[in-house]
Design a protein around this ligand. Structure first.
Ligand code: AMP
Length: 512
């Protein structure tokens, strides 16, 4: 049997190929409706274009484009032609693109027309053979060339372990690494989530996440495609426009920042949310405040928080069905079926319930390794095949996991471990604090000193010293920040993750 992921996705297309698969809700294609047949034909023509280039087996096809349905079709075309898809954040500038081109050596680069000059120069220097342009408005050489191709294409035969995509990690704690994902990694996780989250053919997904990252490209798109469900497609996130489409939708996937921004809209009411069956959040921790406030404002719709990463796809999820348990704020839920998760102490023993340790995982969803980094790959897997996620957390007596931070963000102050998420939890509860990031800074006496960077609630100006004094009454002294900085906003990447490396850099010399 062909293990090509595209074969499984295509096999799930509804019988009526003329039905609407994707409706564009913004941008230059606003109002355009793509049928399932359009997806089939468009991806076939693009696949035939790739085949006409006579590329070596295993070629990487890099895409650094704006979000559009055609960009999604390019992803599908790469799968069905049997090449390896390499999505890149369109915000990357020349130095960043140069790194990815030299590291991954793609045979083809598809970029925005506006960047074609500098991007193609870098690509050709790095050995890339072909550069095409693709713009949000469906212009560019990629579609021009594909227009003369046949719309019939038979899907390339692929085995389970053949490579389907390389996704570079977001690099919030170091150099970006290319995670190697196989057809079987992607398909097993997509099938698991389809069952777990109750996807149905009559679902309608609001797709408003970027498609250069695991969340939007795989979790969201595969979910809808594998269910034969329609997508309402936003190229950008605009809270009011998204809420307005709840009326015709059933599922939304977002990062916490998106939920926070929708909470700022008066249009977010129980009536507006009534048609929606499922709100999912992931990619970064969902604040308890956001979780609770969403439930109140939406008429008791509880956000389902899940946890995963580029290297492993989705690992844990709060329950979908009430009979499987409650969705608990501040937790990321139990392991998803078929995926093993454990918490270990120094790689030597398993932690007891509630005890904090390193999260390790195993399963058909876990990647094969990092692109051209055999030592790094070996170092990140235990001898018995568990992948060390680099996340620190614990599991409670009911099997629900909570993440307390990245191991690289762990602070060791005066020999004591301080878990940033714990301190952030206390800080966020204090008057006037909207959100916080706790980091460690080099310190002569303590090795690292705990400091907090805070964003104030609108029209409030909390006093750093008073907050420190309050915390001293709540938690052990070694955990209390020695210094509080108040800023307008925390630096975040496109997926809403706080970039603590940038904060550490900014304040590095504070105690020098
Ligand atoms: P990425 O590979 O860019 O998707 O980043 C994966 C990392 O995001 C994980 O290792 C976690 O540190 C973090 N992450 C993802 N989902 C959650 C969540 N629900 N809560 C807390 N952290 C999360």
């Amino acid at each position: 049997m062909n293990a090509n992921l595209f074969a499984a996705l295509q096999g799930a297309f509804p019988a009526d190929l003329d039905g609407c698969a994707i409706e564009c809700a913004d941008g230059p294609s606003l109002g355009l409706r793509y049928s399932w047949r359009d997806l089939e034909r468009g991806s076939a023509m693009l696949a035939n274009l790739l085949l006409s280039l006579d590329l070596p087996a295993g070629s990487r096809i890099a895409a650094q484009t704006a979000k559009s349905v055609e960009a999604l079709m390019l992803y599908l075309a790469v799968l069905r032609a049997g090449y390896v898809y390499l999505p890149l954040n369109p915000a990357y500038q020349a130095a960043e693109l140069d790194f990815f081109l030299r590291d991954a050596e793609p045979a083809v680069l598809v970029c925005a027309g506006a960047n074609f000059g500098w991007a193609s120069k870098l690509a050709f220097l790095a050995g890339t053979r072909y550069v095409f342009s693709l713009n949000e408005d469906r212009s560019g050489s990629l579609l021009q060339r594909a227009a003369s191709m046949s719309d019939e294409h038979s899907i390339a035969e692929r085995a389970d372990n053949d490579l389907a995509a390389i996704v570079y990690t977001s690099g919030t704690t170091g150099r970006s690494k290319g995670a190697l994902l196989s057809h079987a990694n992607l398909l097993s996780n997509a099938r698991t989530l389809k069952d777990l989250w109750g996807w149905r053919i009559d679902d309608v997904l609001i797709h408003t996440l970027p498609i250069f990252h695991v969340h939007g490209l795989f979790v969201a798109s595969h979910g809808a495609l594998l269910a034969g469900a329609k997508m309402i497609w936003f190229n950008k996130f605009e809270p009011r426009a998204v809420i307005a489409r709840f009326a015709e939708a059933t599922v939304l996937m977002g990062v916490p920042t998106l939920y926070l921004r929708m909470l700022g809209e008066a249009a977010l009411t129980p009536a507006a949310c009534a048609p929606m069956r499922l709100f999912i959040s992931g990619s970064a921790p969902l604040l308890l405040d956001t979780f609770t406030e969403w439930r109140r404002r939406s008429g008791q719709k509880t956000i389902l928080e899940r946890y995963g990463m580029s290297e492993t796809l989705m690992l844990t999820s709060n329950p979908y069905r009430a009979l499987d348990g409650d969705r608990l704020g501040g937790t990321v839920g139990p392991a998803v079926p078929g995926v093993e998760v454990r918490v270990s102490k120094d790689g030597e023993r398993l932690c007891a319930p509630g005890e904090i340790g390193a999260i390790e995982v195993r399963g058909p969803n876990v990647f094969a390794g990092y692109w051209r980094m055999p030592e790094k790959t070996q170092a990140e897997f235990s001898a018995d095949g568990w992948f060390k996620t680099g996340d620190v957390g614990f599991c409670d007596a009911n099997g629900y996991y909570s993440i307390v931070g990245r191991s690289k963000d762990l602070i060791i102050s005066g020999g004591f471990n301080v878990y940033p998420a714990e301190i952030e939890g206390y800080l966020n509860e204090l008057d006037g604090v909207a959100e916080s990031a706790v980091i460690g800074l080099p310190h002569a006496d303590f090795g690292e000193a705990v400091v907090a960077v805070l964003v104030a609630k609108p029209n409030q100006s909390p006093d750093g010293d008073a907050l420190i004094a309050k915390l001293k009454r709540q938690i052990a002294g070694f955990k209390v920040p020695k210094q509080v900085f108040i800023v307008e906003e925390l630096p975040r990447n496109a997926m809403g993750k706080v970039q603590k490396n940038r904060l550490r850099e900014q304040y590095r010399a504070w105690f020098a």
